[in-house]
Write a protein that binds this ligand. Structure first.
Ligand code: NDP
Length: 491
């Protein structure tokens, strides 16, 4: 066997003894001069970085995206420019509400974040396993998450808080129907779809603008867990999603997803019967069919979890030429919030970390210094612009097309078009077969029946009734039955 390398301190001095701290004689106190011990303990104390406020628990893998259909009539993005073209990707999946040490098999949306390392810089598509979201205005996001996270007093997720917020936010009815349905607990990350959720902008070489919605359809087939199966698995194998993904890739059973998009010519956005930028709604397939784009394959486990998965930072504001934002308000809020979260969690130089830096493009700008600048900090190059020293210069070519203003500034509700907050929730209820509807109702009732205030239950049931009268009736009956058996605890 080869000689192992010498064990050293952080400064490179070799370590004579890694089992016994230095003491004043065999039975005496530990010495302050034991630099190796002090450094080892101090480093250990600093191993954890701040946990993500949401999506704290996650798993990730590298792979590639391959174009299978011609989409050049719709976007000039170079990584989508030819059939057969491959681009390296890193994907991080996650749950949302639980902390870093929580179980995987829980009822929660799943994050589905894809970083495309393109030749024009990184393109981050930071989606979920749901085509919709709970709310449509970023101003509501901290309140929404507070209602899902542990209560400030009891320090547990409180049904009161979850349902109070829901009952006062009718736009969440569609997403709650999704979440409490079968797809609210995927069997694994491999067996769920991913969605960009928001509407994005594509621009072709002629400058024509389109709005698109992304759908990553799992090629493994959708598999979900019932509440009972999940409770057992979460208790016995809390790392079930992590193990499943890691072991499948290790066995070389590489998971794949087929990327499809719905495409809307920009001119139709103004007159479409639904607001196409409202993230609480889908575009019905009958209006905008799915068109194939390519295949996402995950084929490499990261060598080191912390380096690549914990330090991964996705930012929906990272666009490449040919792709841009839409006026979706939630998306616009996320364009700020993600980069800001990374600057807090990882620092200003997080974009230079190996998993986050562009792999197929050069970074050339005048950003300098900051905590933990690990590269040469651009060496002797000038750090201001404009300059006379041939420094990086602007190109004058916008990445995407401008979005038009829509009237005087103010705090607005979305304009009212056909399709209220309940129609698509009802459509989803009716997509489900009878057994799935029964499970949906039982899941909702199991949680809603624990609420302490009648008014919260009444308002919540009214939302489900507005979605579909049968749906509402069944939830009301099931809640009444459960509540008659167990009086909710006084709060
Ligand atoms: P379609 O009949 O064309 O599509 C129904 C969709 O529902 C399919 O994509 C199907 O996914 C999905 N689905 C099936 N069972 C469930 C479930 N238990 N939970 C969540 N999704 C499920 O209808 P429309 O496009 O007119 O949409 C009708 C409703 O379907 C919408 O209100 C929405 O709630 C839901 N839906 C719509 C999507 C869209 O982008 N239009 C996407 C996903 C859901 P699969 O093909 O994988 O089985």
């Amino acid at each position: 066997m080869d000689q192992p390398p010498r064990l050293t301190t952080e400064s490179g001095a070799h370590v004579a003894d890694n089992q016994h701290s230095q003491t004043a004689g065999p039975g005496g106190p530990v010495l302050l001069q034991d630099q190796h011990m002090l450094e080892k303990l101090a480093r250990f104390n600093r191993e954890r970085i701040p946990e993500r406020v949401v999506h704290a628990r996650g798993s990730g893998a590298y792979g590639h995206f391959e174009v299978t259909r011609d989409v050049t009539p719709y976007t000039r993005a170079r990584f989508l420019a030819e059939i057969g073209k491959q681009t390296e990707v890193f994907v991080r999946f996650s749950t949302v509400a639980g902390g870093r040490g929580s179980a995987d098999a829980v009822r929660d949306p799943r994050g589905f974040a894809v970083k495309f390392y393109t030749e024009d810089g990184n393109y981050d598509l930071t989606g979920n396993d749901t085509p919709i979201f709970f709310i449509r205005d970023p101003l509501k996001f901290p309140d929404f998450i507070h209602s899902q996270k542990p209560d400030p007093h009891t320090n547990r997720q409180e049904p009161d808080n979850v349902w109070d917020f829901f009952s006062l936010s009718p736009e969440a009815t569609h997403m709650f129907t999704w979440l409490f349905g079968d797809r609210g607990i995927p069997a694994s990350y491999r067996q769920m779809n991913g969605y960009g959720s928001h509407t994005f902008q594509w621009v072709n070489a002629a400058g024509e603008q389109f709005f698109v919605k992304y759908h990553f359809k799992t090629d493994q087939g959708i598999e979900c867990l019932t509440a009972e199966e999940a409770a057992k698995l979460a208790g016995e194998t809390p790392d079930s999603h992590q193990m499943d993904l890691h072991e499948a890739i290790h066995r070389r059973e590489f998971p794949t997803w087929t990327l499809k998009v719905q495409i809307m010519p920009a001119a139709e956005a103004k007159t479409y019967r639904l607001n196409p930028f409202d993230v609480t709604k889908v575009w019905p397939h009958g209006d905008y069919p799915l068109r194939e784009v390519g295949r996402l394959t995950l084929d490499r486990n990261p060598a080191n979890y912390f380096a690549d998965v914990e330090q991964a930072a996705f930012d929906p504001a990272h666009f490449v030429p040919g792709i841009g934002p839409s006026p979706d308000k939630m998306l616009q809020g996320r364009l700020f919030a993600y980069g800001d979260a990374h600057r807090y969690r990882l620092g200003i130089n997080h974009t230079r970390l190996p998993v986050n830096r562009p792999h197929a493009a050069e970074v050339a700008n005048y950003g300098r210094d900051g905590f933990m600048r690990g590269d040469d900090n651009a060496g002797l190059a000038k750090n201001y612009e404009p300059n006379s020293f041939n420094g990086p210069a602007e190109t004058g070519e916008p990445l995407y097309a401008p979005l038009a203003p829509d009237g005087p500034s103010g705090s607005y509700e979305w304009e009212d078009r056909e399709g209220d907050d309940f129609a698509q929730a009802g459509a989803l209820y009716r997509v489900m077969d009878e057994a799935a509807r029964a499970r949906l109702v039982a899941n909702i009732a199991g949680s809603l029946s624990q609420v302490s205030k009648d008014e919260i239950v009444t308002r919540s049931v009214a939302h489900f009734r507005a979605a579909d009268p049968e749906y509402g009736e069944r939830v009301a009956d099931a809640v009444a039955k459960l509540r008659s058996r167990t009086a909710p605890p006084a709060r």
